[in-house]
Design a protein around this ligand. Structure first.
Ligand code: NOJ
Length: 753
């Protein structure tokens, strides 16, 4: 058997290297014909302006540039017809007929919009997440695209940072599994397949650690923390074969990522063996001048020398590289390397075989199909996290009279969430519509808006940059409130749909106060005062500090921004058609003053002790979050047995199996995410309290029990030490297994010398 596997591996390796050799020969042949200007042209990624009837006018003379070979790829051109128009210019009018690549921010679905990525990550279901990427790739390619700027894998522990909505939360282990699943989903078995796209992992690197949670701000992280807590999701994407990678806006060790040689050449290319293409973020080459590293020529030279291949929008490469070559600031080898990488990406996507491979107007029928919408609905239900449910207020019975209130209860414009560039909010389902559809007679649901998303016109204006998201009602807040209270008083249950407008999170949408806006808090407290059970349905792009609304709520369902099928999916869960099973991928703080608050915090030299003044703590809030990482309730209950270990010790080549019996002790079928954490009791650098090292999502019928096992080998015990070596140190370890990072069973074992 081993022999057969070996022969097979040798065969596959020889096929791969034969393919590579063929690609290399083709590209070398092509590059031999290219002028310097044509090579530099390939490094230019633009977004359309005059000449192509779509998108915002950003790059100028788009048509002229394409026809003169000054463009390597485009983004913001959506739709097969428009892509064809641009591709025609490249392959019919340029000397060498090199096709363009076409990218887009397909972040959580293309036109069939799924929940925001932070929501999707709360499903902890990597097969489902992979499938979401497959569906998105199919739809994007049906619209002419062959490159998506996703997955975004920046670990972040700061909910003030608006872009937490685009990622998978605070944990590098969960983030790595999701990163790999998405890359595999987008890219499939072959990049040249008509229904797969080149993925682009971003933002390399550490973008989620911006100081103060303020977008684009500086990042300052020491190397052990960088390696142990932030880098692994990017590495997982590279190991999964991601074709392209996007640099981040921030600096690292004082050097912007886009021009950081250590990051791009030493770590990414040399250590991680990444052989795909590296693209800058939007004008991040130019922005190195704002970072004060020199003028456009200097920073462009620095970026290409550092290892950057493609320049997004800013045209620093296009306008200065030739001069830098003449002045010997860069070498021809730098330009050749970058050009080769861009051409390789196109080659792998099959564009040299057929520049029109992804341009098929007849595939329009694959966009926004019912099947895709059904999938969006189902993945949305999996992203919801039930945070509280006293007296089984949820699920709601269809016979109950509902007072549906809140600024997001009958809203379409915010359902898609941030970064849904090709989504049409008008096609999304509001909660009211979703509930109505599942209720036999509409008399059971009365609606009132109750409050504005915010009464603050300055905040509203910022949320409305891409269209009306936070409309301030013409009625007075008092009149709106009175209307809501009137329907609440004559209801059996109040469902208050509250939260953030979609553009209150996302890029350039940091908040220093992450509570619900005062207008909504006032509404919620008034609803509590009616004495009716109140269910809060919270839509947001980040964990909010919910402390001031938690106590009075009977139930809280965190739904993020749930996508095109939001209303239907929320109705599915409120009515109990689907039993919620999401678990938080990011801690919910008590207050913003605790931030960063995350499950793997270190214990410190003066661990928390409520009876000891001189221990690490706040005077006014607990150290831990309001809702911890990994937490989420179900309409059923699960119980965990004690952990059984297959042995009490292991050596570096061995393994231990940790087993628990999980029982669904409630009356409904349901799914549970069983989580494995490991604590390193003693080591050469201070360890986190514990780290996530495994998880399994398990479905159990009511009353059913299952045995769940995790294999622990030395790889799970490794960390990056102060010499940046990846090691496991002998000694005592504690295994934790449970349904959240705060509720676990434990057992100990020893790693022998
Ligand atoms: C800037 C964002 O940071 C990045 O995530 C995105 O892909 C590009 N703009 C292109 O839109």
């Amino acid at each position: 058997m081993k022999r057969i596997i070996l022969i097979l591996l040798v065969f596959i390796a020889s096929q791969v290297s034969a393919q590579d050799a063929k690609m290399n020969a083709f590209i070398s042949g092509l590059m031999a014909k290219m002028t310097l200007e044509e090579k530099i042209g390939q490094l230019n990624l633009i977004t359309p302006g005059w000449g192509i009837p779509t998108g915002s006018v950003v790059s100028t003379d788009v048509e002229g540039k394409i026809k003169s070979g000054k463009v390597g790829g485009m983004f913001g051109v959506i739709g097969a017809e428009k892509v064809r128009q641009a591709q025609d210019m490249a392959v019919k009018s340029t000397r060498l007929k090199i096709p363009l690549m076409f990218g887009s921010d397909v972040i959580h679905g293309h036109k069939t919009i799924f929940p925001i990525p932070l929501g999707i990550s709360c499903s902890w279901d990597t097969a489902l997440i992979r499938h979401s990427a497959i569906v998105a790739a199919e739809e994007a390619t049906a619209d002419g695209l062959n490159w998506v700027f996703s997955p975004m894998v920046d670990v972040s522990r700061d909910p003030r940072w608006g872009r937490v909505s685009e990622g998978s939360g605070e944990d590098p282990f969960l983030g790595s599994q999701i990163a790999a699943s998405m890359v595999k989903g987008y890219q499939g078995a072959s990049l040249a397949d008509k229904k797969t796209v080149l993925a682009c992992v971003k933002h390399f690197a550490l973008y989620g650690a911006a100081e103060g949670g303020r977008d684009y701000n500086s990042v300052d992280i020491n190397r052990t923390r960088m390696y142990n807590d932030y880098l692994s999701p990017y590495k997982a994407a590279v190991d999964a074969g991601v074709a392209t990678i996007m640099t981040s806006f921030n600096d690292i060790d004082g050097v912007p990522a886009t021009g950081n040689k250590w990051l791009l050449s030493d770590l990414l290319r040399r250590d991680w063996k990444f052989n795909g293409m590296i693209v800058s973020d939007y004008t991040s080459v130019n922005e190195m001048s704002n970072h004060r590293l020199g003028n456009l020529q200097e920073v462009s030279a620095m970026a290409i020398r550092a290892g950057l291949d493609m320049d997004m929008v800013g045209e620093g490469f296009l306008t200065t590289l030739k001069k830098s070559l003449e002045e010997k600031r860069i070498s021809l080898a730098d330009i050749d390397r970058a050009c080769r990488k861009v051409l390789e990406a196109k080659y792998k996507a099959g564009l040299f075989d057929d520049p029109y491979r992804y341009i098929d107007e007849s595939r329009k029928s694959e966009i926004l199909t019912q099947a895709k919408r059904d999938f969006a609905r189902s993945i949305a239900t999996q992203s919801f996290v039930l945070l509280k449910n006293t007296n089984n207020t949820l699920p709601i019975k269809k016979s109950q009279r509902i007072a549906l209130v809140g600024p997001l209860a009958n809203d379409r414009s915010n359902m898609l969430g941030t970064w849904a560039v090709s989504g049409d909010p008008q096609l999304s389902v509001p909660v009211m519509e979703g509930l109505m559809k599942q209720t036999s007679s509409s008399v059971n649901i009365a609606y009132a808006k109750g409050a504005n998303l915010t009464d603050d016109s300055v905040l509203a204006k910022q949320a409305n940059v891409f269209g009306m998201r936070a409309e301030i009602d013409k009625r007075t807040p008092a009149a709106m409130l009175e209307e809501a209270l009137a329907i609440a008083r004559s209801s059996d249950v109040v469902v208050a749909v509250v939260g953030e407008a979609s553009e209150m999170s996302g890029e350039a949408a940091s908040r220093s106060d992450i509570t619900l806006p005062p207008s909504q808090v006032k509404l919620i407290h008034a609803l509590y005062a009616t004495g009716k059970p109140v269910v809060l349905v919270i839509m947001s792009g980040r964990p909010l500090a919910l402390t001031n609304v938690v106590d009075g709520a009977s139930s809280i369902l965190q739904t993020w921004h749930a996508g095109i099928e939001a209303g239907n999916a929320i109705a599915d869960v409120l009515y109990g058609v689907v039993n919620p099973s999401g678990k938080l991928s990011m801690s919910f703080p008590y207050s913003v003053g605790q931030v960063p608050v995350y499950h793997s915090q270190k214990t410190t030299g003066r661990p928390m002790d409520p009876n000891n003044k001189f221990s690490t703590k706040y005077l006014d809030v607990p150290n831990g979050p309001l809702y911890p990482f990994g937490f989420g309730l179900s309409y059923t209950q699960f119980s965990y047995s004690d952990i059984r270990l297959s042995a009490n010790s292991m050596n570096a080549t061995g393994s231990i199996t940790a087993t628990v019996t999980l029982t669904n002790t409630g009356f409904r079928d349901g799914a549970e995410v069983v989580q494995l954490y490991i604590e390193d009791k003693v080591r050469s650098i201070t360890p986190p309290a514990k780290e996530l090292k495994g998880f399994q999502k398990v479905f159990l019928k009511a009353g059913e029990a299952k045995t769940i096992s995790f294999t622990i080998d030395v790889n799970l015990l490794k960390f990056w030490n102060s010499e940046l070596k990846h090691v496991a140190e002998p000694g005592a370890f504690e295994v934790w297994i449970g349904g959240s990072s705060a509720e676990v069973k434990t057992a100990g074992f020893t790693l022998m010398k």
